[in-house]
Design a protein around this ligand. Structure first.
Ligand code: ARG
Length: 465
């Protein structure tokens, strides 16, 4: 790395040595902002010309150079520079000499870097959300194949009440749709342009901030120049949204890891989404699910990095803020890959319906339904709860696996409210079918949930910056 490409050499007699210079430079991380830096600079130049700060001729030369630079491939030689801003300005000077030296009028890297960062997020995040929505749609197709696939639902990881696989998938997708809408909200809030805020105190030159904001597609300029360069709320917000979504994915992964164990045996992951063991020839491991669960920790760590970074920083700009980008980029990259791989893995898996249904027998998951049965016949719920608790106790003592294994005469001794129809109403399918409350697992209700999620997904797909 060379340390003679800096924008600030005039004031200082000595420069940091190469290693120290490399330590404080940010090019390896911020080079992905090159396109955004060029676009921001192009509009800044247009604004300078419009205000008579540079000539139209200079603007034309600059504009042409920017158009060419957009097409240019960036190679490793960029790593010689301190940051992406120095690189772009150096390339301009190489091409245009003194005209290139005019671009930084009325601008600081402090307002430039946050403008670039906002432009970058606004450029890539809508497409990322659209990809998430495609994954939602594909998974809702899987859900609609499993409206009748009965399985146990759990609380405290103890068998609780029967549900269906479709109901379970809709639970996941409801969370994912919420995650995507969080990104969409954040995009709206961050759609303001900091350019023209300078180092912290604006500029004495006649800058037209409304013009640059509009030309760059922002809704408006930011309100206060100090806040503009000090603020990283939008980064915290996006990374927090990433962390919440990763937390969801990690929970789904935990379900997959459990379901693919021999103890559960509900799911069979495709071979291409599994790995083997170097020593145990029989193994088929859910490594992808485990790794995605693990990667949630990195993104959660990035959120802690950012809020800790911001805590106690004096206004306005501090070099500490350079640390924001690594946490942001890593979070976006990690989430994008994890979401893609998780849903590919899930949607290519097969399900062992017999095992899922068999797991509904033996845990007395029909107990609440038996109590509901008695309530329907007129018994107060608390009394019904006590009656059924006694029945369950009796079944355990007499080694019966389900309430329905009791002959009618025996069942009747617990309550006269029981009639012959109790047997059919306690089958797992009947328990699920009876749970017709909106949001519940009854197939017709889950169908409505799938439709509602599809509608929400369609709405969110309108996202643009
Ligand atoms: N690389 C810096 C960052 O990411 C750019 C801004 C530098 N500003 C400065 N005053 N040193 O924050």
């Amino acid at each position: 790395m060379k340390n003679n490409n800096v924008l600030w050499a005039g004031r200082l007699e000595d420069k940091p040595d190469t290693a120290a210079f490399e330590f404080q430079s940010s090019i390896r991380v911020d080079k992905r902002l090159a396109l955004d830096d060029i676009l921001g600079s192009k509009v800044h130049a247009a604004m300078l010309a419009k205000g008579g700060i540079i000539s139209d001729e200079d603007f034309k030369a600059l504009d042409k150079a920017f158009a060419e630079m957009i097409e240019e491939q960036i190679d490793d030689s960029i790593d010689e520079y301190e940051d992406v801003h120095s690189y772009i300005e150096a390339r301009l000077k190489e091409r245009l000499g003194d005209v290139g030296r005019k671009i930084h009028a009325g601008r600081s890297r402090n307002d430039q870097v946050v403008t670039d960062l906002r432009l970058y997020i606004l450029r890539i995040l809508p497409d990322m959300c659209k990809n998430f929505l495609k994954q939602v749609d594909a998974t809702l197709n899987t859900a609609s194949l499993h409206l009748e696939t009965i399985m146990p639902g759990y609380t405290h990881l103890q068998r609780a009440q029967p549900v269906t696989l479709a109901h379970w998938i809709c639970a996941w997708e409801t969370a994912i749709i919420r995650d995507i809408s969080r990104f969409v909200d954040a995009l709206k809030r961050m759609n303001e342009c900091p350019l023209g805020s300078g180092a912290l105190a604006g500029s004495g030159l006649p800058l037209d901030r409304a013009f640059t904001a509009k030309e760059l597609g922002f809704e408006r300029p930011t309100l206060n120049s100090m806040d503009s360069v000090a603020d990283r709320d939008f980064v915290i917000e996006i990374v927090s949204d990433c962390a919440i979504m990763m937390t969801h994915l990690s929970r789904f992964c935990e379900d997959i890891v459990l379901w693919s164990s021999q103890e559960f045996g509900f799911i069979n992951l495709a071979d291409k989404w599994s790995t083997g063991s170097s020593i145990m020839p029989q193994k088929k491991n859910p490594d992808f699910a485990e790794l995605i669960r693990g990667k949630a920790a990195r993104v959660e760590g990035n959120l802690v990095t950012l809020i800790t970074l911001m805590k106690g920083l004096p206004y306005a700009y501090d070099k500490d803020l350079q640390e924001d980008k690594e946490a942001l980029f890593d979070s976006l990259d990690t989430l994008e890959a994890c979401s893609e791989y998780f849903w590919q893995m899930f949607n290519s898996a097969s399900f062992n319906k017999e095992k899922m249904k068999a797991a509904c027998i033996g845990g007395f998951m029909e107990a609440t339904d038996a109590a509901d049965y008695l309530v329907r016949k007129g018994m107060p719920f608390r009394t019904a709860h006590e009656v059924v608790a006694k029945i369950v106790r009796h079944c355990i003592d007499t080694e019966r696996k389900a309430i329905t294994e009791l002959p009618f005469e025996e069942l009747h001794t617990f309550s006269e409210f029981f009639e012959e129809d109790v047997y059919t109403s306690l089958e797992p399918e009947a328990c699920v079918a009876a749970r017709k409350t909106s949001g519940g697992p009854a197939p017709e209700e889950v169908k409505k949930q799938i439709e509602a999620l599809r509608a929400r997904s369609k709405e969110l797909a309108q996202v643009s910056r």
